[in-house]
Design a protein. Sequence first.
Length: 503
Amino acid sequence: MSTEQAVAVQASDSTADNAASEIGALMDEVLALRDQVATDGAALMGRFGRSDHDAAIGNLAHYMSLRHRDLRPLQHRLMWRGLSSLGRIESRVLPTLDAVLCALAAMAGRQSPHPAPSEAAFFAGELRLANATDHLFGVPRQGRRSRIMVTLPSEAATDREVVFDLARRGMDIARINCAHDDHLAWRAMAANVRAAGEFVARRLTILMDIAGPKIRTETIVAPGSGVRLMAGDAFRLVAKAEPYGTEEVPFCAAVSLPEMVNRLSVGDRLRYDDGKLEGTVESVGDGEAIIRVARTKAGGTKLKSEKGINLPDTALGLSPLTDKDERDLATVVECADMVGYSFVSRPDDIDLLEEALARQGKPGHPIGLVAKIERPEAVKNLPDLIARASGRRPFAVMIARGDLAAEIGFERLAEMQEEILWICEAAGVPAIWATQVLEELVKHGVPSRGEMTDAAMAGRAECVMLNKGPEVGAAVDVLDRLLTRMDAHVFKKTSRMRALKSW
């Protein structure tokens, strides 16, 4: 062997030794991560009050522990070695780490202390989520995974063809909003949904949303029917007095929850009508508050009755379950497959609803619970909400993007929406993508480009909700086709490599 050949062999051996050393170090790092995730997860299970045998909540605890760490450098090194980047770990935290460890051990010539998961164990989380979704929402139409939920209009109570048409087009779940209409109308709507399910030979399910302590404008006073509030203007909120206008503040509104006016403080932010107007409390006193407008939509914003108010800085101290809600629950239990719980924020709120349902005298009734995530506290407490609800009854989460955006700000909505989807998948909890999906199409018959992309991304959730509107039937058609096509491309965060024929 020549000197040059010997040097080359020595260099090759040195490179191999360095690579083996690097792989060994990488394995040790993943092993340490795996052990810490297991330890921290056990502590979280204690906080949740759950046993080690609860696989779904156990995976949630492991996921929370994992995501409290910045894994980006580790992901980069794993990708370089042709291994999992951990980017699709939501439903299988420990199985993924164990699979990576076994691959690294084989590369390093070592033995992993954790056996490789079987295929069934690796995909068990996906199966849990699929089974939970089928049980709560019903089986979807062939060819797509995500369900389509439609908010029924009032005429669905008197014209059953409205419901039959939606069912033929692809509606899987009918939503009845208990903030509108009455008990007789809700029963008629539910009966029409059941009849439509028999007609299309599919199980159509019903979600009834109890209203909760939604703050809305009631009687309003404005200087003219077409006059709009602009940035710099002021308007008055009154608690119990009749609304009135003055030369300085000609706009005024009464509110559905008068006590909220007395809880306002100077500097608190107020958002009106899903963020079409934002202002700040300028003064409070004598059962009224003056709001100075900071921002409106282009051309200004009309002050109207029956529009929502959000107060992201104000501690309202309101129960999510109102007296009206408790009265409405009797009809919900009678007619629905699921109850939508508005403004739930703390685990104790779950107990509150469970107690109210028990008072209906049907403790064994298997009605499902959909927690509507609308406030920052609900996002922060979401793992604890899921853990408290788990095992009691079928459970899902609705990302109520209208109120949530108004509470946390539009800039953070997309980020929070992603985090909610990840947490739900980790816990095996179905998620509903709601508010303003294909809104232009529903209202005016022509979709915007941006909302088509939004609707395509919605397919990562287990259910997509459409609001009512004159063209909602056409929107169901479009959404059905869109979700079917996207299912061939994407599952959750995983791209599917179907054959492409676009070029």
